[in-house]
Design a protein around this ligand. Structure first.
Ligand code: PGA
Length: 243
């Protein structure tokens, strides 16, 4: 596990975007695994600038997002499909038909999950997966539990996640209680993983996940077992790391 520690959020975002530019320069038809949340917004903005400057192209890229709320239409402004269109896809030269966000709509969730795994496999697997980390150590919506769920699945969100995400909704009652997420196995199957985290609030969980024991109660700790992970942090998020 490699750490890149930058002085502030903007420089952390730029460094993480550079890792993606490098990936797309090496392999223009890369399959990217993408994340939502506040943390990667600066990274996506840097990538949009890079496309505008002609430094990189998404024309041949395919993407698979980590997760989606259950019950939110893709047009809902808090759905993760909406987030991705708004922060990246609408502003770069990507073919939207090659962008995938698991659907949280409908009754056939088991089929949707199996189909998502099949589509990732058919695309050749994920070359580079982007991850944020939740305050409780979740990656995607893999919440702390007693085992590591392997495949894409539906889950009940924990109270701490519902509360953390309520800042984006009009009231906490509007936050969906369930979501669909890639499994830990899906994520660990990516050939390369980059994690982004910033701010003091993440310092404790960053230290616990990346220097503590590997346990499913801290889902991100599993990344210590992956052979190619780079963690991009700002100085605040790195402040409790003892290296
Ligand atoms: P955040 O979310 O970037 O909004 O802090 C991270 C996560 O929950 O994965």
């Amino acid at each position: 596990m490699k750490f890149v520690i930058m002085p502030d959020y903007d420089q952390m975002s730029r460094a993480a975007a550079d890792a993606i530019v490098e990936q797309l320069t090496d392999k223009p038809d890369s399959v990217l695994g993408l994340a939502t949340g506040s943390t990667p917004i600066g990274m996506y903005a840097s990538l949009v600038s890079d496309v505008e400057a002609g430094k990189v192209s998404f024309a041949d890229v395919s993407t698979f997002n980590l997760d989606e709320y259950l019950g939110l239409e893709p047009t809902h402004d808090q759905s993760y499909r909406y987030f991705m269109n708004d922060n990246l896809f609408d502003h770069v030269d990507i073919d939207k038909a090659r962008t995938h966000v698991p659907s949280g709509i409908g009754d056939a969730m088991e089929e949707i999950c199996e189909d998502y795994e099949a589509k990732i496999a058919l695309a050749g697997g994920i070359d580079l997966q982007v991850l944020g980390i939740g305050n409780n150590g979740h990656i995607g919506f893999n919440e702390p539990r007693e085992d590591f769920p392997v495949m894409t699945h539906t889950i009940d969100l924990t109270e701490s996640t519902i509360e953390a995400n309520s800042r984006l909704f009009d009231s906490i009652d509007e936050v969906p209680r369930q979501a669909v997420t890639m499994g830990i196995g899906t994520i660990m199957g990516a050939r390369r993983i980059i994690v982004v985290a910033n701010g003091k609030g993440k310092a404790g969980i960053v230290a616990q996940a990346f220097t503590g024991p590997v346990v499913p109660e801290v889902p991100a700790s599993v990344l210590q077992l992956h052979p190619n992970v780079t963690v991009f942090l700002d100085a605040e998020a790195a402040s409790e790391l003892d290296m």
